[in-house]
Design a protein around this ligand. Sequence first.
Ligand code: SF4
Ligand SMILES: [Zn+2]
Length: 468
Amino acid sequence: MFIDSHAHLTSEQFNIDREETIKRALDAGVHLIVNPATDLEDSLRAIELAEKHDCVYACVGFHPHEARKADEKSLQQIEELSRHPKVVAIGEIGLDFYYDFSPREQQEEVFKAQIAIAQRRNLPIVIHTRESNDATLTIVRDAVTASPEWRSQKATPESRYSAPKGVFHCFSGDVRMAWEVINMGFYISMPGIVTFKKAELATEVASKVSCEHFLLETDSPYLAPTPHRGKRNEPANIPLIAEKIAALQHLSVEDIARATNYSAYRLFGIGEVGKPQFTYALRNSLYVNLTIRCDADCVFCDRKGEAVIKGINLRIEGEPTVEEVIAGIGDPKQYAEIVFCGYGEPTIRLDAIKTISQWVKAHGGRTRINTDGHGSIINKRNIVPELVGLIDAVSISLNSTDPQQYGELMRVDGARFFPAMIEFAKESVRLLPKVIMTVVDLDVVDKEKARRLVEEEIGAVFQTRPYF
Ligand code: SF4
Ligand SMILES: [Zn+2]
């Protein structure tokens, strides 16, 4: 099941077959569609369509092309319309310096006025920007800084993340710009462009930015994906875009659907979050969520908040028993490996790991632990010898090569935990078949130094993992 976060179903291009188009979308598994508006009349049409169809939601606003039509009165009407229960955002709004259909000054004025509406109404915004990334970023940055209370509510009191503020639809920036807009609390989305042959920038962004920051969109009736390029686009084409992003992210189409549906849920409040899961498949591995307890409290971790990864709800109530995990695994041979993780530190449940691994090995499976490397401190003894014959691989988060930075990132005593983690890694290299050490791909982390430490001093496999 997919969500098309951006389809202009109210476009006159759908006048002949709007109902059939919606039906084709549902048949293709696109179960929700967000219809952005381009001006006041279109906002009314979007609401009317959303009233008629459960699966359609509306945005209201003036597209930059139509900015010249927006006056004080019509903007007031947009604000009134935004109170309709099926209106989920102000959009699409922004700047278009490619066509310049409206004077640039007016585009900027109307963009700012509509962000102010969104802020008063505490709604997210859907942004259009073409040949105007710098000007758009400046306006958005100023608006975010000026109004810290806008979308500042959190899903749980301990969440690290506020409600998202909007989406840069048809994102045309580079990875650096993606990084900036994500940090400001925005999602990005790309229509069929990402499937085009010469879309190097789009494919680079779609392979380097985690799918957790993406929404799916068609931008129908425009920008149809390959092999329909040049024809009228429609929401039923969403699977083609999802397939391309899945390939770039080395994930399954289901993973992309789940992650982007969750993004739409957080942004627009539509759809739902799945139930908490003890076991879940990603790529061809099965992950076992043993615990959400952890001895660390990393600055980038949302374990105590929403605890959702790639749309998978890991906020378990209580911890699974050994029997529940074994039942959840089924036949371990159907997976490349069974990975003990959490949204926490799995070695807190060392006995469970040992019992389940024994069963997995006896049934022809392979095992790995994803750990912070503090298992021996947690269990007050060197635990690595106990893993021999049970665990095929260990992945340890190195996080930093500097004890102090390590301590700051993980909010632990770096002087004590850093050497203990290194010792755990060395012992694992000595006794276990495979040891991988990872650092987050952050500018502040000296990756070359980390690689040397991991490969030359410890003798483990070095990997970076995306921070975002
Ligand atoms: S070690 Fe892992 S689970 Fe624990 S706080 Fe850090 S990121 Fe979260
Ligand atoms: Zn659009």
